[in-house]
Design a protein around this ligand. Structure first.
Ligand code: ATP
Length: 368
């Protein structure tokens, strides 16, 4: 039995001429969950969202919502509501009429329309502004009206296309909390397309990372962050370094590998690798220390300090090593300022492999 608001995507495909915007996507999004879709520009997020909303037809595949096949259903019939990036409020209607617009289309009487619009405006803390026009509101307030308008028909699924992108950083963080609270209150499914990794991690029960029209990884944000499937996910989500080595020993769930400069790595890992194979693994940036001398049984990498950025609660240090990517260390700010580093310093970085290393799969693309 499927839950209200559960979304099942079966081989969903969208082609625009020669471009495959969404390529045979299979996914189940649990009813009542908060799902964030993220990926580089052009990877197909908005197209997938629009197909779920019914604003775009599928080239092939099926979409089920709450157990019903909605693939060919009209927008208004499938129990979804889409909130547009630019909010698309009607400038000539006051807030109550903006919010109640869909009710009017559905021939709901004036008194009921007013009551339901006010109730919905109250939910987003704007009931006192019901008579104002959109031009008399701040960006954050306009966003809340757009939310109220999307929710007025009691959808099972709310689809949000970059809902916070028009807001400044302060307001974005504030509205992020409000979105989560609203989803908790309503208990309906939210699908939120974003460009911002911390937004996806903070909000979602499930993060879907897309690349070139496919889902590269979909899971709880902690799994996506800590156990990325591929170098692409590790780089895209941030917080990780991608390190390359050649396997010198493998067995019993342990891997020993060597880098081009002779650095040796030893860590436990699931997955089949063979001696001589080139592997990539992730190393968490916040679990690396800079030391004068490497400790026993530690994994190490030597390099020259390329840049240092103070970030408030930590210091971001970039090292040039023999690795392809710059090797980034997030140092505790107190530890850093006790022994500050200069660009050009030669340093040893070390980490305790057990906590930190995660073997990565094949996709090494940048996503561009
Ligand atoms: P962004 O983050 O920049 O909004 P996105 O991940 O949402 O990107 P989509 O808008 O879904 O990406 O676009 C996916 C691909 O499909 C892109 O190559 C885009 O150019 C193409 N595309 C999208 N809509 C159309 C259309 N109506 N006609 C032709 N091509 C389209």
């Amino acid at each position: 039995m499927s839950k209200p608001g559960e979304i099942v995507l079966e081989k969903v495909t969208k082609e625009f001429g020669a471009i495959t915007a969404v390529d045979s996507v299979d996914q189940v999004i649990e009813g009542g969950s908060y799902c964030c879709m993220i990926g580089p520009s052009g990877c197909g997020k908005s197209t997938l969202l629009r197909m779920i909303a019914g604003h775009e037809t599928l080239t092939s595949g099926r979409i089920l919502i709450g157990g019903n096949d909605v693939t060919t259903m009209r927008t208004g019939e499938r129990g979804t509501a889409l909130m547009f990036q630019d909010y698309a409020l009607f400038p000539h209607l006051n807030l109550a009429d903006n919010v109640g617009f869909s009710l009017k289309i559905h021939k709901v009487g004036k008194a009921e329309r007013k009551e339901r619009s006010l109730e919905m405006l109250d939910r987003v803390q704007l009931a006192q502004f019901a008579d104002r026009m959109p031009s008399e509101l701040s960006g954050g307030q306009r966003q809340r009206v757009a939310l109220a308008r999307a929710l007025i028909m009691n959808p099972q699924v709310l689809l949000l296309d970059e809902p916070l992108s028009a807001l400044d950083e302060f307001l974005r963080l504030k509205m992020r909390v409000e979105l989560k609270r609203l989803q908790d209150d309503l208990g309906i499914t939210f699908i939120h397309v974003t460009h911002t990794q911390p937004e996806a991690i903070a909000l979602a029960d499930k993060v879907i990372v897309m690349d070139h029209g496919i889902i590269e990884q979909a899971d709880h944000p902690r799994v996506i962050y800590d156990q990325p499937h591929s170098p692409y996910i590790a780089r895209f989500m941030g917080g990780q370094n991608v390190v390359t080595g050649i396997v010198t020993n493998a067995g019993n769930g342990r891997i020993t590998a060597e880098a081009a400069d002779g650095a040796r790595f030893d860590f436990s890992a699931k997955g089949d690798v063979t001696v001589g194979e080139t592997i990539r693994f992730s190393v968490r940036r916040d679990k690396i220390r800079v030391v004068a001398q490497a400790g026993q049984d530690m994994n190490t990498l030597q390099g020259k300090v390329a840049n240092v950025e103070y970030q408030g609660t930590f210091v971001k240090v970039g090292l040039n090593t023999h690795q392809d990517d710059e090797f980034i260390i997030y140092m505790d700010d107190r530890a850093y300022f006790e022994n500050p580093l200069n660009v050009g310093d030669s340093v040893i970085s070390e980490w305790f492999a057990e906590d930190v290393c995660h073997l990565l799969g094949d996709n090494n693309s940048s996503g561009d």
